[in-house]
Design a protein around this ligand. Structure first.
Ligand code: FAD
Length: 385
């Protein structure tokens, strides 16, 4: 094997989790930058199905990395509405922005350019096929040849090959989603600058909600509609996702049939999941995203920080067992938020009676608001810089 196929670290996947691992590494262990290779099967800017909503935690992490996300096209959602049947809790954060809506092709390409500017090599158009931990290091087989690394970070998303290779028998908790883009219409009674989540599908055995966000595509205003189901309940009882999304869109003057319908799974976090083996760490969706909303961009960025710290400690001690990675992760503010969200998922979506969802979103608003502010978002403030 030639020297140029041997690295200290290989990151598989140049999405937010892989690129955040790299960007945090440049901060905490700059000596590793030149000894790291990032492998990406697509070429940036590449499409990625996603609502593109950045919560405050993503903004905090990016700012601490010295990055200004306002450099890329975005739309600000002033208020985020958490409804049950059109009414409910409205959250408006400071500075007139509760969510920032980006397009993932632009966001991920921008992050990749920042990683390149900090000295990382990103090899695009290379698909990893197999990953094996051996005594000599971790062997990474791709469609363009073989690499060997002391450590591999699996940042290759919900369907990632790294996790499948190292944990072929681990249980998989995967949410279902459908998403479409539509031009705004005059009959829509949703506010043009607001984002909407509606939990009306819960009584139909869907562990989730529909969303309607403002966005832009090439500068043109658009709405991004979708439906999320954490997939907790037996399929026989569930109303089809398309039927629910179509009915909700129709109430706002949109026709689902006129849109290009796309679906993609989201693998969600379970604290009992395996996250590492000797020489291999998982981050982002490969490790698990939020289970209530399927929110994963801020999480992916947060995983990057924890992985970079684990990598720095491993190279310092020359110990690549990563035995402490689970604790690092689950005890971190990110791990705590993911665990609380995991618990809430089972409670919230098991309460399938319409009147209980009505109470949660319309009557118990102060309680829901406080729980969200303390346990669901704002975890990045509690992480050390
Ligand atoms: C419909 C939908 C809507 C969503 N909306 C939101 C939202 O509004 N806000 C939010 O925060 N989250 C949202 N999410 C979740 C969010 O998209 C993910 O959590 C996030 O993309 C995770 O980042 P990641 O880096 O872990 O994985 P990914 O973004 O999936 O990146 C993985 C990368 O690895 C590459 N890769 C995969 N396999 C290989 C391979 N074998 N070899 C080499 N490279 C490989 C891929 O090409 C990709 O670039 C949504 C998800 C879906 C499906």
């Amino acid at each position: 094997m030639s020297a140029d196929s041997q690295y200290d670290l290989i990151i598989v996947g140049a999405g937010p989790s892989g690129l955040s691992t790299a960007l945090h590494l440049a901060k905490v262990a700059p000596e590793l930058v030149g000894r790291t290779l990032i492998l990406e099967k697509a070429c940036h800017p590449r499409p990625k199905l996603c609502g593109g909503a950045l919560v405050v935690d993503a903004e905090i992490i990016l700012e601490r990395l010295g990055l200004d996300v306002s450099e890329i096209p975005h739309v600000d959602a002033r208020t985020a509405h958490f409804n049950y049947g059109d009414h409910g809790l409205a959250i408006r954060l400071l500075r007139g922005r509760t969510l920032r809506l980006i397009r993932r092709d632009e966001f991920d390409a921008w992050l990749a350019s920042k990683a390149r500017a900090r000295g990382f090599a990103i090899l695009e158009g290379v698909t990893v096929r197999d990953v094996t931990s051996t005594e000599a290091g971790v062997r990474v087989e791709t469609d363009r040849g073989e690499y060997i690394a002391r450590v591999v970070v699996g940042a290759d998303g919900s369907n990632g090959v790294v996790r499948r290779c190292v944990f072929p028998k681990a249980p998989i908790y995967t949410a279902r989603t459908i998403e479409v883009l539509a031009p705004p219409n005059d009959r829509d009674n949703h506010g043009a600058n607001d984002a909407y989540f509606d939990f009306f599908p819960v009584p139909k055995s869907i562990a989730g909600y529909t969303w309607d966000f403002p966005t832009q595509v090439s500068g043109r205003p658009m709405r991004v509609w979708g439906i999320y189901d954490a997939n907790l309940f037996e399929s026989a009882k569930r109303t089809p996702l398309k039927e629910l999304l179509s009915a909700e869109m129709a109430r706002h003057g949109y026709r689902l049939e006129d849109c290009e319908i796309k679906g993609y799974p989201i693998r969600w976090f379970d604290p009992f999941n395996p996250f590492s083996v000797k020489g291999i760490l998982l981050v982002g969706d490969a490790a698990g995203a939020d289970s209530i909303f399927g929110e994963g961009i801020s999480m992916a960025l947060g995983y990057g920080r924890i992985a970079a710290q684990a990598l720095r400690a491993a190279f310092k001690k020359d110990d690549f067992s990563f035995r402490d990675y689970r604790l690092r992760l689950t005890l971190s503010p990110l791990g705590q938020a993911l665990t609380v969200r995991w618990l809430i998922t089972y409670v919230l979506f098991s309460l399938q009676w319409g009147w209980i969802q009505f109470l949660i979103w319309r009557i118990f608003q102060p309680f829901v608001y406080l729980t969200s502010m303390i346990f669901v978002i704002n975890w990045a403030w509690r992480s050390k810089k």
